[in-house]
Design a protein around this ligand. Structure first.
Ligand code: HEC
Length: 391
Protein backbone atom coordinates (compact mmCIF):
# COMPACT_ATOMS: atom_id res chain seq x y z
CA UNK A 1 0.00 0.00 0.00
CA UNK A 2 1.56 3.32 -0.96
CA UNK A 3 1.74 6.36 1.26
CA UNK A 4 -1.36 8.18 -0.08
CA UNK A 5 -3.50 5.10 -0.12
CA UNK A 6 -2.54 4.46 3.48
CA UNK A 7 -3.72 7.94 4.49
CA UNK A 8 -6.91 7.47 2.52
CA UNK A 9 -7.49 4.21 4.36
CA UNK A 10 -6.79 5.91 7.69
CA UNK A 11 -9.32 8.63 6.89
CA UNK A 12 -12.02 6.21 5.76
CA UNK A 13 -11.53 3.93 8.75
CA UNK A 14 -11.78 6.88 11.09
CA UNK A 15 -15.02 8.08 9.47
CA UNK A 16 -16.33 4.53 9.55
CA UNK A 17 -15.67 4.10 13.26
CA UNK A 18 -17.11 7.51 14.17
CA UNK A 19 -20.30 7.15 12.12
CA UNK A 20 -20.64 3.53 13.21
CA UNK A 21 -20.37 4.57 16.86
CA UNK A 22 -23.02 7.25 16.28
CA UNK A 23 -25.35 4.75 14.59
CA UNK A 24 -24.97 2.06 17.20
CA UNK A 25 -25.18 4.68 19.93
CA UNK A 26 -28.58 5.95 18.76
CA UNK A 27 -29.76 2.40 18.17
CA UNK A 28 -28.79 1.34 21.72
CA UNK A 29 -30.27 4.50 23.14
CA UNK A 30 -33.66 4.06 21.47
CA UNK A 31 -33.78 0.41 22.48
CA UNK A 32 -33.04 1.36 26.01
CA UNK A 33 -35.65 4.13 25.84
CA UNK A 34 -38.31 1.77 24.52
CA UNK A 35 -37.62 -0.64 27.33
CA UNK A 36 -37.64 1.97 30.07
CA UNK A 37 -40.58 4.28 29.34
CA UNK A 38 -43.37 3.74 31.87
CA UNK A 39 -46.98 4.95 31.79
CA UNK A 40 -46.90 8.61 32.83
CA UNK A 41 -47.89 9.58 36.37
CA UNK A 42 -50.44 12.06 35.04
CA UNK A 43 -52.20 10.49 32.05
CA UNK A 44 -51.69 12.53 28.87
CA UNK A 45 -53.81 11.83 25.76
CA UNK A 46 -51.97 9.63 23.25
CA UNK A 47 -48.92 9.18 25.48
CA UNK A 48 -48.18 5.55 26.34
CA UNK A 49 -45.05 6.10 28.35
CA UNK A 50 -42.66 8.70 29.58
CA UNK A 51 -39.24 8.82 31.10
CA UNK A 52 -37.09 11.26 33.01
CA UNK A 53 -33.33 11.23 32.85
CA UNK A 54 -30.37 13.32 33.88
CA UNK A 55 -27.21 13.58 31.82
CA UNK A 56 -24.37 16.07 31.72
CA UNK A 57 -25.99 18.31 34.30
CA UNK A 58 -29.35 18.62 32.52
CA UNK A 59 -32.72 17.01 33.05
CA UNK A 60 -34.64 15.53 30.14
CA UNK A 61 -38.17 14.27 29.72
CA UNK A 62 -39.11 12.00 26.83
CA UNK A 63 -42.66 10.94 25.93
CA UNK A 64 -43.52 7.94 23.81
CA UNK A 65 -46.75 8.17 21.82
CA UNK A 66 -48.75 4.99 21.41
CA UNK A 67 -49.39 5.69 17.72
CA UNK A 68 -48.63 9.28 16.80
CA UNK A 69 -49.22 12.71 18.27
CA UNK A 70 -52.39 14.63 17.30
CA UNK A 71 -50.30 17.18 15.51
CA UNK A 72 -46.77 16.87 14.18
CA UNK A 73 -44.21 19.33 15.55
CA UNK A 74 -42.42 21.75 13.22
CA UNK A 75 -39.08 20.05 13.73
CA UNK A 76 -39.03 16.26 13.70
CA UNK A 77 -35.63 14.55 13.94
CA UNK A 78 -34.91 11.52 11.82
CA UNK A 79 -32.05 9.13 12.40
CA UNK A 80 -30.59 7.92 9.16
CA UNK A 81 -27.35 9.68 8.23
CA UNK A 82 -25.40 7.70 10.82
CA UNK A 83 -26.44 4.51 9.04
CA UNK A 84 -25.83 5.83 5.52
CA UNK A 85 -22.38 7.21 6.24
CA UNK A 86 -21.35 4.09 8.10
CA UNK A 87 -22.24 2.06 5.04
CA UNK A 88 -20.69 4.46 2.51
CA UNK A 89 -17.40 4.71 4.41
CA UNK A 90 -17.36 0.95 4.93
CA UNK A 91 -18.00 0.30 1.26
CA UNK A 92 -15.13 2.64 0.24
CA UNK A 93 -12.91 0.99 2.83
CA UNK A 94 -13.65 -2.40 1.29
CA UNK A 95 -12.15 -1.10 -1.95
CA UNK A 96 -9.14 0.66 -0.45
CA UNK A 97 -8.20 -2.04 2.06
CA UNK A 98 -9.16 -5.12 0.05
CA UNK A 99 -10.11 -4.66 -3.61
CA UNK A 100 -7.22 -2.38 -4.60
CA UNK A 101 -4.95 -5.29 -3.80
CA UNK A 102 -7.41 -8.10 -4.33
CA UNK A 103 -4.74 -10.52 -5.54
CA UNK A 104 -3.11 -10.57 -2.11
CA UNK A 105 -5.77 -9.21 0.27
CA UNK A 106 -8.81 -11.19 -0.97
CA UNK A 107 -7.48 -14.16 -2.90
CA UNK A 108 -5.67 -17.00 -1.17
CA UNK A 109 -4.17 -19.41 -3.68
CA UNK A 110 -4.46 -22.24 -1.17
CA UNK A 111 -8.19 -21.70 -0.89
CA UNK A 112 -9.04 -20.93 -4.51
CA UNK A 113 -7.13 -19.47 -7.43
CA UNK A 114 -9.03 -16.40 -8.65
CA UNK A 115 -8.25 -13.37 -10.76
CA UNK A 116 -8.59 -10.02 -8.96
CA UNK A 117 -11.70 -9.09 -10.97
CA UNK A 118 -13.34 -12.43 -10.23
CA UNK A 119 -12.76 -11.97 -6.51
CA UNK A 120 -14.20 -8.44 -6.60
CA UNK A 121 -17.21 -9.59 -8.63
CA UNK A 122 -17.89 -12.38 -6.13
CA UNK A 123 -17.52 -9.95 -3.23
CA UNK A 124 -19.89 -7.33 -4.65
CA UNK A 125 -22.27 -10.03 -5.88
CA UNK A 126 -22.47 -11.45 -2.37
CA UNK A 127 -23.46 -8.06 -0.95
CA UNK A 128 -26.11 -7.37 -3.60
CA UNK A 129 -27.39 -10.95 -3.80
CA UNK A 130 -27.40 -11.40 -0.03
CA UNK A 131 -29.49 -8.29 0.53
CA UNK A 132 -31.93 -9.20 -2.25
CA UNK A 133 -32.45 -12.69 -0.84
CA UNK A 134 -32.97 -11.36 2.68
CA UNK A 135 -35.29 -8.57 1.59
CA UNK A 136 -37.63 -10.81 -0.41
CA UNK A 137 -37.56 -13.45 2.28
CA UNK A 138 -38.86 -10.85 4.77
CA UNK A 139 -41.51 -9.76 2.23
CA UNK A 140 -42.61 -13.36 1.55
CA UNK A 141 -45.32 -15.10 3.63
CA UNK A 142 -42.48 -16.60 5.72
CA UNK A 143 -41.71 -13.07 6.83
CA UNK A 144 -44.85 -13.13 8.98
CA UNK A 145 -43.57 -16.07 11.02
CA UNK A 146 -40.88 -14.53 13.21
CA UNK A 147 -39.24 -17.76 14.52
CA UNK A 148 -39.08 -19.35 11.05
CA UNK A 149 -37.78 -16.14 9.50
CA UNK A 150 -35.07 -15.65 12.13
CA UNK A 151 -33.95 -19.27 11.78
CA UNK A 152 -33.66 -18.97 8.00
CA UNK A 153 -31.78 -15.65 8.23
CA UNK A 154 -29.35 -17.12 10.79
CA UNK A 155 -28.75 -20.26 8.67
CA UNK A 156 -28.35 -18.11 5.59
CA UNK A 157 -25.61 -16.05 7.27
CA UNK A 158 -23.81 -19.22 8.36
CA UNK A 159 -24.11 -20.45 4.77
CA UNK A 160 -22.57 -17.22 3.50
CA UNK A 161 -19.74 -17.58 6.04
CA UNK A 162 -19.12 -21.12 4.80
CA UNK A 163 -19.23 -20.08 1.14
CA UNK A 164 -16.92 -17.13 1.65
CA UNK A 165 -14.29 -19.24 3.42
CA UNK A 166 -14.33 -21.64 0.44
CA UNK A 167 -13.62 -18.79 -1.97
CA UNK A 168 -11.52 -16.14 -0.24
CA UNK A 169 -8.59 -15.84 2.11
CA UNK A 170 -9.82 -16.10 5.69
CA UNK A 171 -9.65 -12.41 6.67
CA UNK A 172 -11.40 -11.32 3.49
CA UNK A 173 -14.01 -14.04 4.03
CA UNK A 174 -14.80 -12.76 7.51
CA UNK A 175 -14.89 -9.13 6.40
CA UNK A 176 -17.36 -10.00 3.61
CA UNK A 177 -19.74 -11.64 6.06
CA UNK A 178 -19.50 -8.45 8.12
CA UNK A 179 -19.96 -6.29 5.03
CA UNK A 180 -23.08 -8.24 4.07
CA UNK A 181 -24.56 -7.87 7.56
CA UNK A 182 -23.71 -4.15 7.52
CA UNK A 183 -25.30 -3.83 4.07
CA UNK A 184 -28.47 -5.57 5.26
CA UNK A 185 -28.65 -3.27 8.28
CA UNK A 186 -28.09 -0.05 6.33
CA UNK A 187 -30.42 -1.16 3.51
CA UNK A 188 -33.09 -1.93 6.11
CA UNK A 189 -32.87 1.70 7.15
CA UNK A 190 -32.72 3.06 3.59
CA UNK A 191 -35.26 0.87 1.79
CA UNK A 192 -37.74 0.01 4.53
CA UNK A 193 -37.58 1.82 7.86
CA UNK A 194 -37.18 5.39 6.58
CA UNK A 195 -39.53 5.15 3.53
CA UNK A 196 -42.24 3.56 5.70
CA UNK A 197 -41.84 6.28 8.29
CA UNK A 198 -42.10 8.85 5.53
CA UNK A 199 -45.38 7.41 4.24
CA UNK A 200 -46.73 7.37 7.79
CA UNK A 201 -45.70 10.95 8.43
CA UNK A 202 -47.19 12.09 5.10
CA UNK A 203 -50.48 10.39 5.94
CA UNK A 204 -50.55 12.14 9.28
CA UNK A 205 -49.77 15.51 7.74
CA UNK A 206 -52.83 14.99 5.54
CA UNK A 207 -54.85 14.17 8.62
CA UNK A 208 -55.21 10.48 7.69
CA UNK A 209 -54.51 7.52 9.95
CA UNK A 210 -51.13 5.95 9.17
CA UNK A 211 -51.20 2.32 8.03
CA UNK A 212 -50.02 0.26 11.03
CA UNK A 213 -48.61 -2.45 8.71
CA UNK A 214 -45.89 -0.02 7.63
CA UNK A 215 -44.86 0.55 11.21
CA UNK A 216 -44.82 -3.18 11.89
CA UNK A 217 -42.61 -3.85 8.89
CA UNK A 218 -40.16 -1.17 10.03
CA UNK A 219 -40.19 -2.62 13.55
CA UNK A 220 -39.35 -6.08 12.20
CA UNK A 221 -36.30 -4.78 10.32
CA UNK A 222 -35.30 -2.73 13.33
CA UNK A 223 -35.41 -5.85 15.47
CA UNK A 224 -33.18 -7.69 12.99
CA UNK A 225 -30.71 -4.81 13.08
CA UNK A 226 -30.78 -4.98 16.84
CA UNK A 227 -29.70 -8.64 16.88
CA UNK A 228 -27.09 -8.10 14.19
CA UNK A 229 -25.25 -5.30 15.99
CA UNK A 230 -23.06 -7.40 18.27
CA UNK A 231 -22.12 -9.99 15.61
CA UNK A 232 -21.16 -7.30 13.10
CA UNK A 233 -19.04 -5.48 15.68
CA UNK A 234 -17.03 -8.61 16.36
CA UNK A 235 -16.47 -9.21 12.64
CA UNK A 236 -15.19 -5.67 12.16
CA UNK A 237 -12.42 -6.24 14.71
CA UNK A 238 -11.89 -9.92 13.81
CA UNK A 239 -8.76 -9.02 11.81
CA UNK A 240 -6.99 -8.66 15.13
CA UNK A 241 -7.79 -12.26 16.11
CA UNK A 242 -5.95 -14.79 13.98
CA UNK A 243 -7.04 -17.56 16.38
CA UNK A 244 -10.56 -17.14 14.98
CA UNK A 245 -10.19 -16.70 11.22
CA UNK A 246 -7.04 -18.84 11.08
CA UNK A 247 -8.84 -21.97 12.31
CA UNK A 248 -9.47 -24.86 9.92
CA UNK A 249 -13.23 -24.51 10.50
CA UNK A 250 -13.15 -20.74 10.63
CA UNK A 251 -16.71 -20.42 9.31
CA UNK A 252 -18.03 -22.50 12.23
CA UNK A 253 -16.01 -20.41 14.70
CA UNK A 254 -17.58 -17.33 13.15
CA UNK A 255 -21.05 -18.88 13.42
CA UNK A 256 -20.30 -19.59 17.09
CA UNK A 257 -19.21 -16.02 17.76
CA UNK A 258 -22.23 -14.58 15.95
CA UNK A 259 -24.46 -16.77 18.13
CA UNK A 260 -22.71 -15.56 21.28
CA UNK A 261 -23.29 -11.97 20.13
CA UNK A 262 -26.96 -12.49 19.29
CA UNK A 263 -27.60 -14.32 22.59
CA UNK A 264 -26.02 -11.48 24.54
CA UNK A 265 -28.22 -8.99 22.70
CA UNK A 266 -31.23 -11.23 23.46
CA UNK A 267 -30.42 -11.16 27.15
CA UNK A 268 -30.29 -7.36 27.14
CA UNK A 269 -33.58 -7.16 25.23
CA UNK A 270 -35.36 -9.50 27.62
CA UNK A 271 -33.91 -7.78 30.64
CA UNK A 272 -35.07 -4.44 29.29
CA UNK A 273 -38.58 -5.85 28.97
CA UNK A 274 -38.47 -6.92 32.60
CA UNK A 275 -37.90 -10.66 32.08
CA UNK A 276 -35.28 -12.30 34.23
CA UNK A 277 -33.41 -14.72 32.02
CA UNK A 278 -30.44 -15.43 34.19
CA UNK A 279 -29.31 -18.42 32.15
CA UNK A 280 -28.80 -16.77 28.74
CA UNK A 281 -25.72 -14.73 29.61
CA UNK A 282 -23.89 -17.66 31.28
CA UNK A 283 -24.68 -19.79 28.21
CA UNK A 284 -23.13 -17.10 25.96
CA UNK A 285 -20.09 -16.94 28.26
CA UNK A 286 -19.76 -20.74 28.22
CA UNK A 287 -19.98 -20.62 24.43
CA UNK A 288 -17.05 -18.22 24.43
CA UNK A 289 -15.01 -20.54 26.67
CA UNK A 290 -15.96 -23.46 24.42
CA UNK A 291 -14.70 -21.57 21.37
CA UNK A 292 -11.44 -20.79 23.17
CA UNK A 293 -10.96 -24.54 23.74
CA UNK A 294 -11.87 -25.53 20.20
CA UNK A 295 -9.35 -23.07 18.76
CA UNK A 296 -6.50 -24.22 21.00
CA UNK A 297 -3.39 -24.34 18.79
CA UNK A 298 -1.78 -27.59 17.79
CA UNK A 299 0.81 -28.94 20.23
CA UNK A 300 4.39 -29.41 19.06
CA UNK A 301 5.41 -31.42 22.11
CA UNK A 302 6.32 -34.54 20.12
CA UNK A 303 8.00 -32.78 17.23
CA UNK A 304 11.64 -33.63 16.47
CA UNK A 305 14.22 -30.95 17.41
CA UNK A 306 14.39 -28.24 14.76
CA UNK A 307 17.63 -26.59 13.61
CA UNK A 308 17.67 -22.84 13.07
CA UNK A 309 19.17 -23.40 9.60
CA UNK A 310 15.89 -25.06 8.51
CA UNK A 311 13.88 -22.10 9.76
CA UNK A 312 16.12 -19.65 8.01
CA UNK A 313 15.82 -21.62 4.79
CA UNK A 314 11.99 -21.50 4.98
CA UNK A 315 11.94 -17.77 5.69
CA UNK A 316 14.30 -17.12 2.82
CA UNK A 317 12.23 -19.19 0.43
CA UNK A 318 8.80 -17.94 1.44
CA UNK A 319 8.97 -14.59 3.24
CA UNK A 320 11.86 -12.31 2.31
CA UNK A 321 10.41 -11.44 -1.11
CA UNK A 322 8.28 -9.04 0.91
CA UNK A 323 9.84 -8.99 4.37
CA UNK A 324 13.30 -7.61 3.73
CA UNK A 325 14.69 -4.09 3.90
CA UNK A 326 14.72 -4.16 0.08
CA UNK A 327 11.79 -6.32 -1.01
CA UNK A 328 11.75 -7.91 -4.45
CA UNK A 329 8.00 -8.51 -4.58
CA UNK A 330 6.48 -6.44 -7.41
CA UNK A 331 5.07 -3.13 -6.21
CA UNK A 332 6.52 -3.38 -2.72
CA UNK A 333 9.06 -0.72 -1.78
CA UNK A 334 9.30 -1.23 1.98
CA UNK A 335 8.90 -4.27 4.22
CA UNK A 336 5.19 -4.52 5.23
CA UNK A 337 4.55 -3.04 8.69
CA UNK A 338 8.32 -2.70 8.99
CA UNK A 339 8.70 -6.45 9.52
CA UNK A 340 11.96 -7.51 7.83
CA UNK A 341 13.78 -10.82 8.23
CA UNK A 342 17.21 -9.62 7.14
CA UNK A 343 19.31 -11.63 9.58
CA UNK A 344 19.13 -14.28 12.29
CA UNK A 345 18.60 -11.75 15.07
CA UNK A 346 15.64 -10.19 13.24
CA UNK A 347 14.04 -13.58 12.64
CA UNK A 348 14.43 -14.44 16.31
CA UNK A 349 13.08 -11.09 17.43
CA UNK A 350 9.92 -11.69 15.38
CA UNK A 351 9.54 -15.34 16.42
CA UNK A 352 6.25 -14.79 18.21
CA UNK A 353 4.70 -12.92 15.29
CA UNK A 354 6.02 -15.44 12.79
CA UNK A 355 4.28 -18.14 14.80
CA UNK A 356 1.01 -16.20 14.96
CA UNK A 357 0.98 -15.24 11.29
CA UNK A 358 2.44 -18.27 9.54
CA UNK A 359 1.54 -21.15 11.87
CA UNK A 360 -1.51 -20.35 14.02
CA UNK A 361 -3.50 -18.18 11.62
CA UNK A 362 -1.76 -19.20 8.37
CA UNK A 363 -2.39 -15.75 6.84
CA UNK A 364 1.29 -15.45 5.92
CA UNK A 365 2.76 -15.71 3.35
CA UNK A 366 0.09 -13.33 2.11
CA UNK A 367 -2.28 -15.21 -0.20
CA UNK A 368 0.34 -17.98 -0.01
CA UNK A 369 1.89 -16.42 -3.08
CA UNK A 370 5.16 -18.19 -2.27
CA UNK A 371 3.61 -21.65 -1.79
CA UNK A 372 4.62 -22.64 1.73
CA UNK A 373 3.69 -26.24 2.67
CA UNK A 374 2.04 -27.55 5.85
CA UNK A 375 5.28 -29.38 6.79
CA UNK A 376 7.18 -26.10 6.58
CA UNK A 377 4.60 -24.38 8.77
CA UNK A 378 4.98 -27.20 11.29
CA UNK A 379 8.75 -26.70 11.35
CA UNK A 380 8.24 -22.98 12.13
CA UNK A 381 5.71 -23.90 14.83
CA UNK A 382 7.99 -26.50 16.42
CA UNK A 383 10.91 -24.07 16.34
CA UNK A 384 8.83 -21.51 18.23
CA UNK A 385 7.60 -24.15 20.68
CA UNK A 386 11.17 -25.31 21.33
CA UNK A 387 12.25 -21.83 22.37
CA UNK A 388 12.97 -20.10 19.05
CA UNK A 389 16.74 -20.10 19.30
CA UNK A 390 18.83 -18.64 16.51
CA UNK A 391 22.00 -20.72 16.57
C1 HEC B 1 3.51 -11.31 -0.85
C2 HEC B 1 4.16 -10.56 0.18
C3 HEC B 1 4.33 -11.26 1.53
C4 HEC B 1 4.93 -12.46 1.79
C5 HEC B 1 5.54 -13.44 0.81
C6 HEC B 1 4.90 -12.62 3.23
N1 HEC B 1 4.29 -11.54 3.80
FE1 HEC B 1 4.06 -11.18 5.78
N2 HEC B 1 3.11 -9.45 5.37
C7 HEC B 1 2.81 -8.98 4.12
C8 HEC B 1 1.96 -7.80 4.23
C9 HEC B 1 1.41 -6.97 3.09
C10 HEC B 1 1.77 -7.59 5.61
C11 HEC B 1 0.93 -6.52 6.26
C12 HEC B 1 -0.43 -7.13 6.45
C13 HEC B 1 -1.43 -6.24 7.11
O1 HEC B 1 -1.36 -5.02 6.96
O2 HEC B 1 -2.29 -6.81 7.79
C14 HEC B 1 2.51 -8.63 6.29
C15 HEC B 1 2.60 -8.73 7.67
C16 HEC B 1 3.35 -9.69 8.33
C17 HEC B 1 3.60 -9.72 9.74
C18 HEC B 1 3.14 -8.68 10.75
C19 HEC B 1 1.70 -8.92 11.07
C20 HEC B 1 1.25 -8.22 12.31
O3 HEC B 1 0.11 -7.70 12.26
O4 HEC B 1 1.98 -8.25 13.30
C21 HEC B 1 4.34 -10.83 10.01
C22 HEC B 1 4.87 -11.29 11.34
C23 HEC B 1 4.54 -11.51 8.76
N3 HEC B 1 3.92 -10.79 7.75
C24 HEC B 1 5.22 -12.70 8.63
C25 HEC B 1 5.44 -13.34 7.43
C26 HEC B 1 6.10 -14.61 7.31
C27 HEC B 1 6.62 -15.44 8.47
C28 HEC B 1 6.14 -14.91 5.99
C29 HEC B 1 6.71 -16.15 5.34
C30 HEC B 1 6.25 -17.40 5.86
C31 HEC B 1 5.51 -13.80 5.28
N4 HEC B 1 5.09 -12.89 6.19
C32 HEC B 1 5.41 -13.72 3.91
C33 HEC B 1 3.25 -9.48 2.93
C34 HEC B 1 3.92 -10.70 2.80
Amino acid sequence: MDHWTEWLELFLRWVHIVTGAAWIGTSFYFNWLNNHVRPPEEPTPGVGGDLWSVHGGHFYRVMKFTVAPEKLPKVLHWFKWEAYFTWISGFCLLFVAYYFEAKTMVVDNNVRVLEAWQAIAIGLGTLAGGWTFYHFLCKSPLGKKTPVLSTIVALFLVGVAFGMTQLFGSRAAYIHVGALIGTIMAANVFFVIIPNQRVMVDAMTKGEDPDPALGLEGAQRSLHNNYLTLPVLFIMVSNHYPVTYGHEYNWAILAGLMTVGALTRHWFNLRGQGHKNAYILPIAALGMVGLAFVTKPKSYEDHRPVQFAEVRQIIETHCVQCHSSSPTFPGMSEPPLGVAFDNAAAIQRHAQRINTQAVVSRVMPLGNTTGITDEERDILGAWFYQGANAE
